[in-house]
Ligand binder design. Structure first.
Ligand SMILES: NC(=O)c1ccc[n+]([C@@H]2O[C@H](COP(=O)([O-])OP(=O)(O)OC[C@H]3O[C@@H](n4cnc5c(N)ncnc54)[C@H](OP(=O)(O)O)[C@@H]3O)[C@@H](O)[C@H]2O)c1
Length: 213
């Protein structure tokens, strides 16, 4: 399957690319700028410029022939102006471009409490509010959607074990485990047209996704 990863140079996105390749998928590594292409020198992914704040037609071109888009972008800073540009409007632009390019499925890396920003950490409220808007646009789109809402991300090692459910108590999770969930969603029909929280836990990713409530 051909998959385009947005934010492929990011700390989570890069793990997503590597996992997809390991599972035999054809990967387009979506980059904000060509300058980051060197990151993929030794990785069997096709780097493609996919800046969600640039010309939407470039995104349509970047998505052509991909069955799935995995969106792992994140604004460089938590200022509302920046997150609204990237996590809200940029993500929506990517969804519209995916529809136009004939992409079937869109997997969105969101955040725990993006579906109830008033209950989330005040320090990241601007991000939650931006993601709340783009997540709801995705749910109303023509795309088969999945919204993954992880707790606080860490750079700890992969554990391969998580807890996933509609809503969970606040938690933490390694970026590598989030990547495994995003990629694992491709193989689990229960994740289609569904949003769920994910934190570190006791269940192998496959079983956690196969038993979503
Ligand atoms: N931090 C947390 O605790 C936490 C918790 C839950 C959810 N999240 C969410 O998880 C996601 C991934 O987080 P992360 O820490 O792994 O991200 P990260 O390392 O900051 O990477 C962000 C990626 O987004 C790309 N990007 C930024 N602006 C872009 C644009 N205009 N067009 C295309 N790509 C753009 C960056 O490209 P460059 O490399 O070129 O800058 C980078 O590849 C984010 O959406 C974040 O909000 C974070």
């Amino acid at each position: 399957m051909q998959v385009t990863v947005l934010g492929a140079s990011g700390r989570t996105g890069f793990h997503v690319v590597r996992l997809l390749i390991a599972r035999g998928h054809t990967v387009r590594a979506g980059l904000r700028s060509r300058k980051r292409a060197e990151v993929f020198r030794d990785v069997k992914a096709d780097p493609v410029v996919a800046d969600v704040t640039a010309d939407p037609e470039d995104l349509v071109e970047a998505f052509k022939n991909s069955e799935v888009v995995i969106n792992a972008i994140g604004a460089p800073d938590p200022e509302p102006e920046s997150v609204n540009l990237v996590d809200r409007d940029g993500a929506i632009t990517a969804m519209r471009a995916a529809e136009k390019a004939g992409v079937a499925r869109f997997i969105q890396l969101s955040a725990q409490f993006a579906d109830s920003p008033d209950q989330g950490d005040r320090l990241v409220r601007s991000i939650l509010l931006a993601k709340q808007v783009s997540d709801s646009v995705l749910q109303r789109s023509a795309l088969t959607w999945t919204i993954v809402r992880p707790g606080t991300l860490t750079d700890g090692p992969a554990t391969g074990r998580v807890k996933a459910a509609g809503h969970l108590e606040p938690g933490r999770i390694a970026r590598q485990d989030v990547a495994a969930v995003l990629v694992g969603a491709l193989a689990e029909p229960l994740t289609e047209n569904r949003g769920f929280d994910v934190v570190s836990g006791d269940f192998p990713v496959g079983s956690a996704l196969a038993t979503l409530d």
